[in-house]
Design a protein around this ligand. Structure first.
Ligand code: ZN
Ligand code: ZN
Length: 353
């Protein structure tokens, strides 16, 4: 195909160097460095990053917290949104000047059983932005054209960034939970993910209970559609939610095994808990007897597909969701990581490279 270029919408073909936040060591802060601007190979695009969200996964990546570790040096960032400024050979999915999102699922094989059955997020050949591929904590990022998702007009790129991981991940978690109208859904953890999970659960028709340990976040939860709130620092959330009849679904978004156990204990008979957060401790203790006798379902949910992300953007363009965020310069990356780890961030932090 031929690509028409609207010169007014794009930057000149990038040459030279760019600023990027690079992980050199799992025990050191990120380094702001000048590195070469990537160039697009076959099937690839280069994107000038307009906005790039900070996800807890980026922090785990930078610290090498998980069993499968990235290999430094690498650039984190899997909530990158920007304008396509270079297309490689064979790219037909997007064109120069398109605004696209570069999600965690940076590449999948497209041919395995998972890919062809709508579960590309389980593909064994997958590559992940900001983990096994350089991510978007930079002025430019390279991505596989087939795995970027176009951001529709009417969605602010700064809003689109958190939707690219926090949004799609919680949207998918609500789908996986199977929430239907009048279900009681308990969202554990009201942060970057939780504030969106509350909205998606409400859109699905659920009555939402938000659980957190700070009153400010619970107030935010109420403003976004939570009907009930529980401060887990002041009362036992399982007892409070059982007093409401027990949750049909609970969504575990807080990086604390204790919170997962409370979410489990909040379920009514036949309920479903969805594991989403990835605490570094990596283990929870759940009772087998109670699980069997009460017909409890335990599910894991990892990000979402390209179709899920398109739906997330569609809902946002239709004015049905609100993204709570704070903008920062990329130079502030280390301070921002400290703030997230200290739990001092209202919802999502977004860098403007
Ligand atoms: Zn993420
Ligand atoms: Zn595959």
């Amino acid at each position: 195909m031929t690509v028409t270029v609207d010169e007014t919408r794009i930057a000149p073909t990038p040459v030279g160097t760019m600023k990027a936040a690079v992980v050199r060591s799992f025990t050191a802060p990120l380094e702001l460095e000048h590195v070469a601007i990537p160039t697009a190979g076959t099937g690839e695009v280069v994107v000038r990053v307009e906005a790039s969200g900070l996800c807890h996964t980026d922090i785990h990546a930078a610290h090498g917290d998980w069993p499968i570790k990235p290999s430094p040096p690498f650039t984190p960032g899997h909530e990158g949104v920007g304008i396509v400024v270079e297309v490689g050979a064979g790219v037909g999915e997007v064109a120069l000047g398109d605004r696209v999102a570069m999600p965690w699922l940076g590449y999948a094989c497209g041919a395995c059983e998972y890919c062809v059955s709508g579960w590309e997020t389980l593909c064994l050949e997958q590559k992940n932005m900001g983990y096994s591929m350089d991510g978007a904590f930079a002025e430019y990022a390279k991505a596989y054209a087939r795995y970027v998702v176009k951001v529709p007009d009417g969605v602010d790129p700064v809003d689109a960034a958190p939707l690219t991981c926090a949004g799609v991940t919680t949207y998918k978690a609500v789908k996986v939970a199977g929430t239907r109208s009048s279900d009681l859904v308990a969202v554990f953890g009201v942060g970057g993910l939780g504030h969106l999970a509350i909205q998606y659960a409400a859109i699905a028709g659920g009555r939402v209970v938000a659980v957190d340990i700070t009153d400010e976040k619970l107030e935010l939860a109420r403003s976004l559609g939570a009907e009930f709130t529980v401060n887990a620092a002041k009362e036992d959330p399982a007892a409070a939610i059982q007093a409401l009849g027990g949750a049909d679904q609970t969504i575990a978004l807080a990086v604390s095994p204790r919170s997962f156990e409370q979410a489990y204990a909040s379920l009514r008979r036949g309920g479903t808990i969805v594991f989403v957060a990835l605490p570094a401790e990596n283990e929870v203790k759940l009772p087998i007897f109670h699980t069997v006798l009460n017909g409890i379902t335990v599910k894991g949910s990892i990000v979402g597909t390209r179709v899920d992300l398109r739906e997330v953007f569609e809902l946002h363009a239709a004015g049905k969701t609100r993204v709570i965020l704070e903008e920062h310069a990329l130079d502030e990356v280390d301070e921002c990581i400290d703030a997230v780890e200290a739990g001092k961030v209202p919802a999502r932090l977004v860098f403007r490279p």
